[in-house]
Design a protein around this ligand. Sequence first.
Ligand code: SF4
Ligand code: SF4
Length: 362
Amino acid sequence: MADENSLGAILRAQGVSRRGFLKFCSAMAALMALPPSMVPAIAAALDKALRPSVIWLSFQECTGCTESLTRSHTPTLEALIFDAISLDYHHTLQAASGEAAEAARAEAMKKFYGKYLLVVDGSIPTKDGGVYSTIAGMSNLDMLQEAAKGAAAIMAVGTCAAFGGIPHANPNPTGAVAVSDIIKDKPIINVSGCPPIPVVITGVLAHYLTFGTLPELDDLGRPKVFYGESIHDRCYRRPFYDQGKFAKTFDDEGARNGWCLFELGCKGPTTFNACATTKWNQGTSFPIESGHGCLGCSEPNFWDAGSFYQALSTPITPVGKAAAVAAAAGIVGGAAIAMHNRHVKGAAKSEHQTVTVKDLEK
Ligand code: SF4
Ligand code: SF4
């Protein structure tokens, strides 16, 4: 259970030295994409912060999101973050089961009413009264509504919780919806991805630990610090894209030369996530580096958006305009999307407010 000790006191009691604590703060700053000059202010904020209670509910899902979290490549940091929060209920990770587990959830909801962070992975089935997924005899719909009442904020982890995900895909037999379709009166942060990147999950938790608030969000409710740029913006194959050098099959000369995977269906130009920078599996690689295009899994309706292996068609709306102008100028459609993405990137950057030392000290 969470207690009233500050995080600094808890970490010191665990034998974490001042030097170790500052190292932890440096790692947190890096996770939140803040400059090293912010470390002392983060240390001061964390030293005073109280240990938050976290209730984690898994609904209509595949457990991929929790699997992803447990593969975080910074075990020391992850361990420290999980020591620094009080994970009072998590279906998959808790030792308790049955009535004891539900009693723990009820107790945490009562004791920390109005203060706990509610984390949800999985979508919520709404058809036929929500009968398609239940826990302890309670529908996911009822459990979400009950747990959301006393939450300070909600973190929707994974594309299922954020946007409905695969269960929401056509024909959506269970009437699956996202957390934000049900809960309208609480701050919600969407940490999308199928699954989300482990360090993005811990990074958002780190931000919440440090500031007690959610980070700045984009128009889909995702933290801009991790979702502010497209995969395409940061892709190391981008120079080939700009030169019009595209692999045509997965084993042709272009593929062997590491050329752009756009024509093989890569959704990098329309997908916002941090895969190209944080990477996966201990920072080893990400799908494009392994020779496969991006599937667009952090975007709404990615499953219904057409074949994973079909190149993005000439884009509609703002991109379509760019494509039309580019076509008139004799530029290939791919370059039009590049123009569009430079615009999106510029807009995301200009909307992003810089965090100052004063903000940290609030
Ligand atoms: S978002 Fe993906 S990984 Fe997470 S629960 Fe849904 S299907 Fe599984
Ligand atoms: S289309 Fe895909 S592979 Fe090509 S540069 Fe963009 S993100 Fe990288």
